[in-house]
Design a protein. Structure first.
Length: 551
């Protein structure tokens, strides 16, 4: 049934409701507000004078530091929560990254946790007093989960997502939900309900999608850590674009139950929830804290696997695969430089590399696209037709009414899923065969490669090519780590550059010149095997200590 008023009116009301929840004392004074042509605002909290030294100290800290300080009694949950809520409010005003605000409830919960700590002399769990942001998909009772659809607005959740229950049990404080693209299936977080999220380092660039609201907020230090989701790059791309440390776990390690989603019932390729944060210790904190609450007793899809600390014990010398492109497309200059820098620093630290080109990505991208297109866009069209809102042009051209994509038969989908199984077998065999090359007696420990061949692009540019399909299709645990920043002098296209394919030429012309991506941060991924969350976390530790951050 179509709605009785315009979608524009509903969206305006939702935005007004959200904005009204920002307290007057956290509204940026006009005299301090950066002008629209000021593109880099990531340092506004430090340079504006709008924050106290104490607020900066708290919000610049990692999640691991915050929970440690709260547990020792040095910081209170209330002061941490108020500082983070204030910084999140400022992030929203500058970057439009938040969908739902829960500040009053967060502050009330912080006071309650402080009283419990004062009374009992101990915390209630490993996340006691830690504010954690959530991608808009996760239900908090009483708040909307629009996932960017006007037709989902003003329909508050009647129960919490299981992950929300688990996080609260562990002591976390919920305070905001963050922006996404409508349908969750686009590389930029823009929709008709809340508009467009911008990148803190350059407001003309995207912070990615679909977890782009999260990447923006965490990068701006308006969140210690957030929960994103990933079915085709939605944690990995945004985290790479904004300098975050993150993880796309395998399905079943983090509960997804009772979250709002697209493609419900489509189980050929699963979306997974995971942490987006600012340190490797924070990934460990999130994953171990969630597992400590035995979520498999609440969610039958969550695997009964505790955090296996013994699996974090790695050999002294590791051998990584070096995935410089997929055989048809090479990384553009900033990503290529990040790859070489990472390789050199890990070799200097005593580790080794072998070339391992993931050419399987080409088939993976074809298989996963057919899985996403199986209904010919019926779901996307249905949920926008209700309100009369248009699909974003990129989505309309892909799976909108005008796209006229042919619906697949049951037999077609079965054949496509079988191709995935065959590809998984070939990938495993290829991985195992590297044992004869590594010199360690083992196959490669992980594969280092970019998630996209380019840094954060400009708004509405789309993605001509990316490497997001293989990890979700084969359910491979994948970590993200920051490396460097686009350099206007170093990252120009060489005069003697020659494309290796038509797609490569398209991608490099799309990149164009470093000025198109000015100030963009550059990250890479390390891919492990399925259900290797502990090992990938440990490899991220090794990489972080050897490589550091070059900006």
């Amino acid at each position: 049934m179509a709605v009785s008023e315009s979608w524009e009116a509903i969206a305006a009301r939702k935005q007004q409701e959200r904005d009204s929840k920002i307290p007057p004392q956290w509204r940026i004074p006009t005299s301090l507000l950066p002008k629209p042509d000021v593109l880099d605002v990531h340092d506004f909290p430090k340079t504006s004078g709008f924050f106290t030294d104490r607020e900066l100290l708290v919000t610049e800290s990692t999640a691991s530091t915050a929970v440690s300080k709260i547990a020792s009694g040095e910081w209170s949950a209330l002061e941490v929560t108020e500082a983070v809520c204030k910084r999140a409010a400022v992030a929203q005003q500058l970057l439009n990254c938040i969908t739902e605000i829960y500040f009053e409830e967060a502050i009330a919960r912080a006071k309650e946790l402080d009283e419990i700590f004062k009374r009992d002399g101990k915390t209630i769990g490993p996340l006691h007093g830690l504010p954690i942001s959530l991608k808009d998909q996760f239900n908090i009772k009483g708040l909307d989960s629009t996932i960017g659809y006007v037709s989902y607005a003003e329909k508050p959740a009647t129960s919490d997502s299981t992950l929300v229950t688990v996080l609260v049990q562990a002591g976390a404080i919920l305070y905001v939900k963050t922006n996404v693209p409508a349908t969750l299936m686009m590389g930029e977080s823009v929709n008709n309900v809340f508009g467009r999220t911008k990148n803190p380092r350059n407001r003309e660039l995207t912070s990615g999608g679909s977890s782009g609201g999260e990447s923006c907020l965490v990068s701006f230090r308006g969140s210690f850590m957030g929960v994103g989701t990933d079915i085709g790059g939605s944690i990995r791309h945004p985290s790479s674009f904004t300098g975050l440390t993150a993880m796309r776990p395998s399905h079943g390690r983090v509960s997804y139950q009772n979250a709002v989603n697209t493609y419900l019932g489509q189980e050929a390729v699963r979306s997974c929830a995971g942490p987006m944060c600012r340190s490797v210790s924070d990934i460990r904190l999130f994953m171990s804290a969630v597992a400590s609450q035995t979520p498999w007793l609440l969610d039958p899809q969550t695997l009964p696997i505790p955090w296996r600390s013994d699996d974090e014990k790695l050999p002294e010398k590791l051998c990584f695969g070096f995935g410089m492109g997929d055989g048809t497309v090479m990384p553009t200059p900033p990503l290529m430089r990040a790859m070489e820098l990472t390789k050199a620093k890990l070799i200097a630290a005593g580790h080794s590399f072998i070339d391992f080109i993931p050419s399987e990505h080409i088939e993976a991208a074809d298989i996963i696209s057919k899985m996403w297109e199986a209904d010919s866009g019926e779901e996307f069209q249905r949920d926008t037709d209700v309100s009369g809102e248009p699909l974003h042009p990129q989505l309309e051209s892909w799976l909108g009414h005008t796209a006229e994509v042919e619906k697949q038969s049951v037999f077609d989908t079965w054949q496509n899923q079988h191709k995935r199984a065959l590809l998984a077998q070939r990938w495993l065999e290829k991985w195992q065969a590297t044992a004869s090359e590594t010199g360690t007696g083992r196959p490669i420990d992980g594969l280092i490669m970019p998630s996209t061949p380019f840094p954060a692009p400009r708004h509405d540019a789309g993605y001509p090519h990316h490497w997001g399909a293989l990890s979700p299709l084969l359910d491979l645990t994948t970590g993200v780590f920051p490396v460097t920043q686009v350099n206007l002098k170093k990252d120009v296209i060489p005069a003697d550059w020659k494309p290796i394919s038509d797609t490569d030429e398209k991608v490099w012309k799309y990149y164009g010149k470093p000025e198109n991506h000015e100030n963009a941060l550059v990250g890479l991924t390390v891919i492990g095997r399925r259900l290797e969350e502990e090992k990938v976390t440990a490899m991220l530790d090794v990489i972080n200590k050897a490589v550091g951050i070059d900006y």
